[in-house]
Design a protein around this ligand. Sequence first.
Ligand code: EPZ
Length: 452
Amino acid sequence: MEQQYVIRGGKPLCGEVFVNGSKNAALGILAAAVMADENVTIDNIPDVQDINTLLDVIAKTGAMVKRIDRHKVMINGSTINNVEVKYNEMREIRGSYYLLGALLGKYRHSVVTLPGGCNIGSRPIDQHIKGFRALGAEVWIEGGNVIADAPKLVGSHIYLDMVSVGATINIMLAAALAEGKTVIENAAKEPHITDCANFLNAMGANIKGAGTDVIRIKGVSKLHGAEYSVIPDQIETGTFMMAAAVTRGDILIRNVIPKHLDSVSSKLREIGCDVYEYDDSIRVKCKNRTTHTHIKTLPYPGFPTDMQPQMAVALALSQGTSIVTESIFDNRFKYVDELVKMGAQIKVESNVAIIDGVMGLTGATLNALDLRAGAALVLAALTARGTTYLEKVCFVKRGYEDFDAKLRSLGAQIYLATNERELEKYSMIVLGDDRDKFRPEPERIMSQSKED
Ligand code: EPZ
C-alpha cells in the first residue's frame, strides 16, 4: 500500500510551529558545495525527500557527504571522480540540474540526466542552456542527458528571456568560476537566489546584486570551505499561515523571515485575517469567514506560484467570487478536480480559476498530485466535514518535513498510514467521535474503562 494521510477536519488549528530550512535554497546550496575542495558545512537543511535524493546523487559523484545530524551536512568536493551524473533519481527532482552548472564551473565538463520535478506544466531549460553557451560552453541533449563542455568558461552578458529561478542559480554557479565578469539581466529575485549567492560568496565567490534583477559576478579561480545556515522555507511558512486562515485558527509560526511573506500576508489581510509580524515569527489569526479577492502569481516579490493552490483553498471557502491567475506554470490547476470532489465550486479556463466560495467542504478520497497541490488538499481536508484519505503522500514528503506531526501539534487530526493495518486503525481513530455518538451509553463506559 502506498502511504496515505487519514484526515478528519473541523478543528481550528492553534499553537506554535517551527519552520525548517528552505528546500529550494538548500538544493542550490548543496549543489554549489561540491565546487570547493575543502569541507563545507551546511546547517538548517530540511529533512525532506528532494534534499535526500540530491545528497544521494552528490555522493555518487565521489564527493564526501557526511550527515552530521538531521539538519546538518558536511560536503567535500575534493574526492569527486565522476562528473557524469546520469541516474534515475535525477529524473525525480528538479534541483539535480544545479549539478550541471556547479560541475561545469569547476571541471568545465558535466553530464546530467534531464531533471524531473513536479508535473506542473512544461518546464524547459533553454535559459540555462543559453546562459552556459554565453559563457563559452557547448551544450547539447543526448539520450535523456544534458551534456555541457567548455574548454574555457569566459564571463559574459546574459539577458534571461523570462525570469527563471533555476536558470539564474545555475548560471550563477558556472559563472562563479568563469574567467572575468558575468552580468545576468532579468534575473530572478527570490530569497533563495540571494541565499545561494551569499553561500557562494561565503566560499570566496564575488557575486553582487543578488535579490535585484541584475546580478554581477566576477569569476574567481577557486572556492574554499565555509560554514553556512540555509534560510527558513517561505513556502512552508506560507502553508501554515494558510492553515490558520482556512481552519479559522491562530498559529504562531517561528523561525521565519516575515519579509519573504509580504505578498501572502497582504492577501491574507485583504480577505480578513489578522497577520502580526515579529522579528523572526509571524502570527496569523482568523476568526470569521474570509472574503473573496483576486490573485495573480508572479516572480518574487509577487504572489508565489508555490502558494497558489493553498490560497485557492482559502478562497474556495471565502464569501464571494475570486479569480486566481497562474502566470508562471501552464498546468498548475490539476488539484481543482480534487477540490471539486470535496464540494468546491471552481471553474478553470486556461490559466485562470474562477472560484465561487462555498460554506464548507466534505471529506473524500483524493490524490496529492504534486507537492503544493498535496499540501493544499491537506488544508482543505482539515476544514472538511468527514474523513479524507489523501493518496500519493510521497509528493508532500518531497518538500514538507514532518508535515503531519507539525499539524497534529496544532490540534489537527491527521495520521500517516503506511500499511493496511494503520489505515484501519487511523480510520477508527478519526471516526471515533462519531461512533461514540451512536453507541449505546453502557458500551461507551465499558470500553472507556478497558482503555484506562
Ligand atoms: C523553481 O522551479 C522552484 N523549484 C519551483 O518550486 C517554483 O515553483 C519555481 O522556481 C517558481 O518560483 C526549485 O527551486 C527546485 P523557473 P524552476 O525556472 O527553477 C519557464 C516547489 O513546489 N522557464 O523559475 O523550474 C518555466 O517553464 C517547486 O517547490 C523556461 O521557459 O522554475 C516557468 O514557466 C515547484 N525556460 C518559468 O520559466 C527555462 O530555461 C519559471 O520557471 C527556465 C524556465
